[in-house]
Write a protein that binds this ligand. Structure first.
Ligand code: ATP
Ligand code: MG
Ligand code: FE
Length: 347
């Protein structure tokens, strides 16, 4: 059974095609992504209207490339999965309208799914099925959450989340402060490799004894980096960019991994999955690997291409729903820009 996945929640137009085997195994046949990120770069963030228009232009060509890459005919598709939320309202509409059109034209079932659950599902394309229970650390441009996953199709529970900025948002804001390009994750990651992560002791948000165990806070960290840089400038000192990047990155990776491992231990879970765009960060995966090994926890981090937004992860989540025997979504399904992570599918 071939599952088509369509993603358009932010600035990536993604189309993926996954084969669901009789034993439930997934095989990735196509993963095509068109990004409008360069059009947003000069604004330092995604401009919703620009993103919607770019999706409209990219959708059909991206679909054509995916079908060609998979070497299939569109009529071979068994089901169509699409991101229904969370995301930008106008951007989501383009993907959902396209998915409805393909599902109607092919007379196939439609599954409106959750983008965040899709990020977690991406890992199953690389590492196979998830164990019965696992903790997922979902860190992306708009979200930072700890999830207990007891079934991708219907049992995802949020156990913690950021109280202010998302981890990716903090990367993007700190990059702007350091005059690095948008999106900020990749350039900070590169620069940090030449710096010392212990050079500056930036604060670890919400790690006091009375603080919530599984929630995150990154806005204080961002402010602290800003103050530190201003102070250096006022003193006429040069800014050691690589050390600032490395020390900021260390603070983020430290808090994320410490809380994720604590959740695993408290819940008696032996597998941690890290997903979302920030999972592509080299220090986050490196530190998580060290700490998970020390704690006897198995770590799963998909390759960077599967961490950032793509259609393959949506196809993968659709395949898990089909495998679980989930009923399709209604053909008049609406987009839900604020969809909570626990709602895996729109029914
Ligand atoms: P959401 O999934 O919450 O709706 P989104 O889809 O925009 O948000 P993703 O595409 O999953 O987010 O991730 C984009 C974010 O990942 C950006 O903030 C970017 O800076 C960050 N990012 C990408 N690569 C890296 C990296 N190597 N290190 C740190 N952050 C990174
Ligand atoms: Mg993006
Ligand atoms: Fe995303």
């Amino acid at each position: 059974r071939l599952i088509l996945g369509i993603e358009s929640s932010c600035d990536e137009t993604g189309v993926g095609i996954v084969r669901l085997g009789p034993d439930g195994a997934l095989e990735l046949l196509a993963d095509e992504v068109a990004s409008s990120v360069e059009e947003h770069a000069r604004f330092g963030g995604v401009v919703p209207e620009v993103a919607s228009r770019a999706h409209l232009e990219a959708m059909v060509p991206t679909m054509r490339r995916a079908v060609e890459q998979a070497g299939i005919a569109l009529s071979d598709i068994h089901s169509v999965a699409v991101t229904a939320g969370p995301g930008l309202a106008g951007a989501l509409l383009v993907g959902v309208a396209a998915a409805k059109a393909y599902a109607a034209a092919l007379d196939k079932p439609l599954y409106g799914v959750n983008h965040l659950a899709g990020h977690v599902a991406a890992d199953t394309l690389q590492h196979g099925p998830l164990p019965k229970r696992c903790v997922a650390l979902l860190v992306s441009g708009g979200h930072s959450q700890l999830l207990l996953v007891e079934g991708l199709a219907d049992r995802i529970t949020e156990i913690g989340s950021t109280v202010d900025d998302a981890a990716g948002e903090a990367y993007d804001k700190v990059a702007r402060l350091l005059d690095l390009p948008y999106p900020g994750g990749p350039p900070i990651d590169r620069l940090a490799k030449q710096g010392n992560g212990c050079a500056i002791a930036f604060p670890r948000g919400l790690t006091g004894p009375r603080d919530s165990k599984y929630d995150f806070s990154f806005s204080g960290l961002k402010t602290s980096v800003a103050r530190w840089v201003e102070k250096q400038e006022r003193a006429g000192e040069e800014i050691p960019l690589a050390d600032v990047a490395a020390s900021f990155q260390e603070a983020v990776a430290d808090v994320l991994t410490a809380k994720a491992i604590r959740a695993c231990k408290d819940l008696g879970v032996d597998t941690l999955v890290i997903s979302g765009g920030v999972a592509a960060n080299s220090r986050l995966s490196g530190l998580a690997a060290e700490r998970c090994a020390a704690a006897g926890i198995g770590l799963r981090v998909p390759k960077p291409r599967l961490c950032t937004d793509n259609g393959a992860m949506i196809a993968a989540l659709g395949a898990h729903l089909v495998a679980a025997g989930a009923k399709p979504s209604p053909m008049d399904l609406s987009t839900v820009p604020g969809l909570p992570v626990g709602t895996v599918q729109i029914r």
